[in-house]
Write a protein that binds this ligand. Structure first.
Ligand SMILES: NC(=O)c1ccc[n+]([C@@H]2O[C@H](COP(=O)([O-])OP(=O)(O)OC[C@H]3O[C@@H](n4cnc5c(N)ncnc54)[C@H](O)[C@@H]3O)[C@@H](O)[C@H]2O)c1
Length: 342
C-alpha cells in the first residue's frame, strides 16, 4: 500500500515509519521539520519526504496514495496553551483540510492520531469509546473537533478511523522528554531523583510508541468495515496507572533513584482510566509493552546514548525547542519557517 505519513519526523512518526515499511508498505513522509534535528544517537533513515507545512498542503501532495496516517500536530497541552489559535489552525483546520484533499484525491483510508485525553476528567470508572468527551485543553478540544468534522466526510469511498492513543512512552530516536514516563526516567537518570510535580493521584493510561505503530499498521489492512468512522482506544488496561504508581516503577528501573512527590504544581484535573477492549475485540489488537519494561528500556537507552541535561530540557522538550527556533529566527510567530531573503 502507498502510505503518506504526516508528522513522520516526530517522536511517534520516527518509530511508525520503519514499522509500516517492515509490514511491506511504501511510505512517504510529510513534515515541517520542527524536530527533524532533535535526535538522540544515530539519525534514522529518512523515507522520501515532502518538506511542507500542513497548512500549505495542496491536492498534488495527496495524489496516488492509498492511505494517509495523520500524525502531524502541535502535540501537547503546553503548546496548545501557549498559542491556542495556532493549535486550532494546525491541529483542527489544517487537519480537516488534509482529510478533504485526501478524499478528493481518492485516498481510501485516513488514520487519525487522536488521544485518550479527549475524555478529560473522567474519574475512576473505565471509559469506553462511547463515553462523553470532555476535553479540558485546546489541544484535546482540537482533537475532538477533527474527529467530528472528518467523520462527516466519510462515505463508501473514504474511510476515516480515529485512534485515541493513550499517552505514549518508550524510546524513539526523536525523543520526547515531555511525556510522563520518558520525563520521569530521564530526570532520574540525570539527577538521581524521581520528581513528581503534581500530587501523583491522576490516572494516566500509557502505551508504548511501538504498540501505537502496530495499531496503525493493523488499521491499514483491517477490513474497511472494521475501521470506517470508528474510534478506538489504543493501549492496555494493565497500563492504567496513577502518576504516583508510574513514579514507583521508575524508582525500580533507575539504580539508586529516590522518590519525591512535591505537589508543587497543584491538582491536575486531567484524569481518566480507559477500557481498551473494543480494539482487542474488533481489530485483534493487544498492546505488548508494560510500564516496568518501558522504564528499563528508557534507562538503558538514555545511558547508552549519553543523554545530557541540556538536550533533555531543551531539544527534547517540544515547547522549549519551538521557542528556541523562534528566538533563532527560524520560525515566525505562527510557527512558519522564515524564508531567507524574503
Ligand atoms: N506522544 C503521545 O503521547 C501522543 C498520545 C496521543 C496522541 N498523540 C498524537 O500523535 C501525533 C504524534 O505525536 P508525537 O508525540 O509524535 O508528537 P511530535 O511533536 O513528536 O511530532 C509531531 C510532528 O508533527 C510535525 N508538525 C507539527 N506541526 C506541523 C505543521 N504545521 N506542518 C507539518 N508538520 C507539522 C512536527 O514537525 C513533528 O514532526 C500527534 O497528533 C499527537 O497529538 C501523541
Amino acid at each position: 500500500m502507498r502510505v503518506l505519513v504526516t508528522g513522520h519526523q516526530g517522536y511517534l512518526g520516527t518509530v511508525m515509519v520503519p514499522e509500516l515499511q517492515r509490514a511491506g508498505h511504501e511510505v512517504t513522509g510529510l513534515d515541517s521539520g520542527y524536530f527533524a534535528e532533535c535526535v538522540l544517537g544515530q539519525a534514522p533513515e529518512a523515507p522520501p519526504t515532502l518538506s511542507v507545512d500542513l497548512r500549505d498542503v495542496r491536492a498534488e501532495h495527496l495524489a496516488g496514495f492509498d492511505a494517509v496516517v495523520h500524525l502531524a500536530a502541535l502535540s501537547n497541552d503546553p503548546l496548545g496553551a501557549l498559542a491556542p489559535q495556532i493549535t486550532y489552525d494546525i491541529n483542527h483546520h489544517a487537519s480537516v483540510r488534509l482529510a478533504r484533499l485526501a478524499k478528493d484525491a481518492g485516498v481510501r483510508r485516513f488514520l487519525y492520531a487522536s488521544t485518550c485525553s479527549v475524555y478529560g476528567a473522567a474519574g475512576d470508572e473505565l471509559v469506553t469509546e462511547d463515553a462523553p468527551l470532555r476535553p479540558l485543553t485546546p489541544y484535546a478540544d482540537s482533537k475532538v473537533r477533527v474527529e467530528d468534522d472528518v467523520a462527516a466526510l466519510a462515505d463508501s469511498g473514504f474511510a476515516p478511523v480515529f485512534l485515541r492513543n493513550a499517552t505514549a512512552f518508550g524510546f524513539s530516536p526523536r525523543l520526547r522528554a515531555d511525556i510522563v514516563l520518558n520525563n520521569l526516567v530521564g530526570y532520574a537518570v540525570l539527577t538521581g531523583e524521581v520528581r513528581v510535580l503534581s500530587d501523583g493521584t491522576p490516572w494516566r493510561p500509557l502505551v508504548h510508541a511501538q504498540d501505537i505503530a502496530r495499531a496503525f499498521a493493523v488499521c491499514l489492512t483491517a477490513p474497511v468495515e472494521a475501521i470506517a468512522c470508528r474510534a478506538y482506544n489504543i493501549g492496555t488496561e494493565t497500563n492504567n496507572l496513577t502518576v504516583s504508581q508510574i513514579a514507583h516503577a521508575v524508582v525500580e528501573a533507575v539504580p539508586g533513584a529516590t522518590l519525591a512527590i512535591t505537589g508543587e504544581s497543584g491538582a491536575d484535573p486531567r484524569s481518566y482510566r480507559v477500557d481498551f477492549s473494543y480494539a482487542r475485540k474488533e481489530l485483534g489488537f493487544e498492546a505488548q509493552w508494560s510500564i516496568p519494561d518501558g522504564a528499563a528500556e528508557l534507562q538503558r537507552e538514555y545511558v547508552a546514548r549519553g543523554l545530557t541535561s541540556d538536550a533533555f530540557f531543551h531539544r527534547f522538550t517540544r515547547l522549549a525547542q519551538l521557542r528556541s527556533l523562534q528566538e533563532a529566527g527560524v520560525l515566525d510567530d505562527e510557527l512558519r519557517r522564515v524564508r531567507i531573503g524574503a
